[in-house]
Write a protein that binds this ligand. Structure first.
Ligand code: AMP
Length: 215
């Protein structure tokens, strides 16, 4: 079955973690514009260079760039459907996504808002690291890197911290979220697509709530 969903929530809400679970369980494809932009930076492309400073400052890159990235990925198709993670982040992006899906004869099945409180976000983000090989997410306090220094998912030994996972960038990212992204909650509510989960729960509990929504 093809299911297309948006995971909506502030930085650190757990969108990436839950998206990875859905990829494993349902064969969906995760479309994280943040990951795509970091890959562009790592590859040294012109676009990557252009967005580096904006991302480090915690601001949003232009709608044109991220919509272009999403359009390219949608063209590749997905049997299991797509998980939009960190996209859309503005109303023009939301409109563009609707148009792209309609043009493909597809639709959104659910928009899942992951609710968390801001203090928890600061704690999560400043303690976050990921496996450089498989992207498994760790937290210094709640889910430390195993004592043997090997990723519990893939055995990798390289771990990364994001350049923008510091308190200053996070505050700016939160500001962008409240100014530009949170209006999407009302937008999708009005369309009848919105469901909410408690993003503060354990990973498995959040996963179960999402599974219930997707049926
Ligand atoms: P994320 O990995 O989703 O936290 O995204 C990291 C950074 O990439 C954000 O702080 C933005 O600078 C940029 N970014 C990611 N997705 C978008 C988007 N949909 N619109 C604009 N900027 C984005």
């Amino acid at each position: 079955m093809t299911t297309n969903i948006i995971l909506l929530g502030p930085p650190g809400a757990g969108k990436g973690t839950q998206a990875r679970k859905l990829v494993e369980e349902r064969g969906m494809v995760q479309l994280s514009t943040g990951d795509m932009l970091r890959e562009a930076q790592a590859s040294g492309s012109e676009m990557g260079k252009k967005v580096a400073a904006v991302m480090a400052a915690g601001q949003l890159v232009t709608d044109e760039i991220v919509i272009g990235l999403i359009r390219e990925k949608l063209e590749q198709g997905s049997e299991g459907g797509f998980i939009f993670d960190g996209f859309p982040r503005t109303l023009p992006q939301a409109d563009a996504l609707g148009d792209l899906l309609t043009a493909m004869g597809a639709k959104l099945d659910a928009v899942i808002e992951m609710q968390v409180d801001d203090e928890a976000l600061v704690q999560r983000i400043t303690a976050r690291s990921t496996c450089g090989d498989c992207g498994e997410v760790y937290n210094d306090i709640t889910k430390p890197i195993p004592a043997d220094g090997k990723c519990s998912n893939c055995g990798g030994t390289e771990f990364k911290r994001r350049a923008d996972d510091n308190e200053d960038s996070l505050r700016q990212r939160l500001m962008e979220y409240y100014k530009k992204t949170s209006p999407l909650i009302g937008y999708y509510y009005a369309k009848g697509d919105l469901s909410s989960v408690n993003g503060l729960g354990e990973i498995d509990a959040v996963q179960a709530e999402i599974a219930k929504i997707l049926g």
